[in-house]
Ligand binder design. Structure first.
Ligand SMILES: Cc1cc2nc3c(=O)[nH]c(=O)nc-3n(C[C@H](O)[C@H](O)[C@H](O)COP(=O)(O)O)c2cc1C
Length: 175
């Protein structure tokens, strides 16, 4: 059975971009897919900052990446790009870690002005890591994501629809 890796690139907690991934897990399950979750926070900050290629936590992440047929990467927009900690994690993965995998990129941002950050910042890095099947990204304004204290997510109807369309395209591609 295809397994989808949900990769969170936010250093913050609580995190809207990460809450989207937990919501996506339910949708993917309804579509008959199993998921595994990885966050940039799973690695000790020192391992990330000092590029510790022998980090035990990194080995676990590398295994999950290798097992996945599809990957959903969700990250906040930082300075018109994605957070440096996500780049630090990607730098620790193999050069061809994404070869043969279908990838759905998701970004949450404070402004629509950085809508193209998925295409200009995230996609080139995914491509250099071997991804040849990168689906159309889903960009969501953080103001369109309501997250309560219990971590329950409320999405506006059109966002929910775009997210589901992206996840359905992913499910279709990995089957
Ligand atoms: C350091 C920092 C830089 C940011 N830079 C941008 C930016 O350039 N463009 C933008 O649209 N939002 C920017 N934001 C807003 C975040 O993208 C937005 O709040 C996001 O939804 C937070 O997601 P998270 O809760 O998963 O961290 C920035 C936020 C932070 C903390």
């Amino acid at each position: 059975m295809s397994s989808i890796l949900l990769l969170s690139g936010s250093p913050s907690t609580p995190s809207r971009s990460e809450a989207i991934l937990h919501h996506a897990a339910g949708i993917l399950s309804d579509l008959g897919l199993t998921t595994q979750f990885v966050s940039v926070r799973d690695l000790p900050p020192e391992d990330l900052a000092l590029a510790k290629f022998d980090s035990p936590q990194l080995k676990a992440i590398q295994q999950k990446v290798a097992q996945a047929t599809g990957i959903v990467i969700s990250a906040p927009v930082y300075k018109a790009s994605y957070p440096g900690v996500l780049k630090a994690l990607l730098d620790l993965l193999d050069q061809d870690a994404f070869t043969g995998k279908v990838i759905l990129p998701i970004a949450t941002g404070g402004t629509l002005a950085h809508l193209l950050s998925i295409d200009f910042a995230m996609k080139p890095v995914l491509a250099v890591m071997g991804a040849t099947h990168i689906l159309r990204g889903v960009y969501i304004l953080s103001s369109q994501i309501q997250l309560d204290a219990a971590g329950t997510l409320q999405l506006e109807a059109d966002i929910e629809e775009r997210l589901r369309a992206g996840l359905q395209a992913l499910a279709q591609a990995v089957k």
